[in-house]
Design a binder for this molecule. Sequence first.
Ligand code: R5P
Length: 291
Amino acid sequence: MMEKIIFALPGNEKLTENLSRLTGYITGSLVIRHFPDNESYVRVVSDVSGKEAILICTLHKPDDKLLPLFFLCRALKTSGAKKITLVAPYLAYMRQDKKFKPGEAVTSEYFAQFVSSFVDELITIDPHLHRRHSMSEIYSIPCRVLHSSKLISDHIRTKIKNPVLIGPDSESEQWVSEIAQRISAPFVIFKKKRLGDETVHITLPQFEKYKNKTPVLVDDIISTAKTMIETIKHLKAIGMTSPLSIGVHGVFAGHAYKDLKDAGSLEVITCNTVIHESNRINIAGIIAESI
Ligand code: R5P
């Protein structure tokens, strides 16, 4: 079997240490820094000859990460690495999956084509598959999709009494229904219309019968948090108790985290696919199993 070596891209050191401990794979050494003019310097220090290099690089705020990642992959291959596996717990550029206006870039496709050109395999967690149903529709390399639903279910089961799960939009049904089934809890899917980057309109279906339950909002990504904030407003208006807000990926643009807490979330909980103070659910175990 090919020897494996794990590398942490900047910001991913803690998860990489965890993975190295769980798998027994050695953590490789590399240098990624900026020259004074802000161009990137990349150097592979460890011996990678004949090995599989596993790169841990979550991809929120992706634009600054992509070029160093590309340079690193090229350097690894020229240093003799046989295979490059990218572990991106959060995978960026999955949401613009369609041309809504003439001339728009369908960035999910272009990003996938670019990554596929320098990585041999991709492992990610709950990517935002909406109009695309599988990664192979846009990625030309093998992709392994891991799911956080069991971990989220375990968290809800042990910490939250009498929950009703709420998905704020139709896309969320895939996660919410699975989690609800695992913990035998009811779930309701709301309707969302996005009117702009920071404006969404949420409609509630009949909800009266769940009035005595603890509402738990579940979504894949929390970005501006407007989706969850609008949902919370509706729940408050019908007299529900404060909800818990669970996101797989807490991307939290600007002051979104504070806004979400101020809007009345009892607690905001995320997986550590993006490092954040709201991380309560550890995905290291499922990644370790997959690598
Ligand atoms: C998109 O439909 C996703 O599933 C999330 O609902 C969305 O990304 C949340 O975005 P925001 O936090 O900006 O409302």
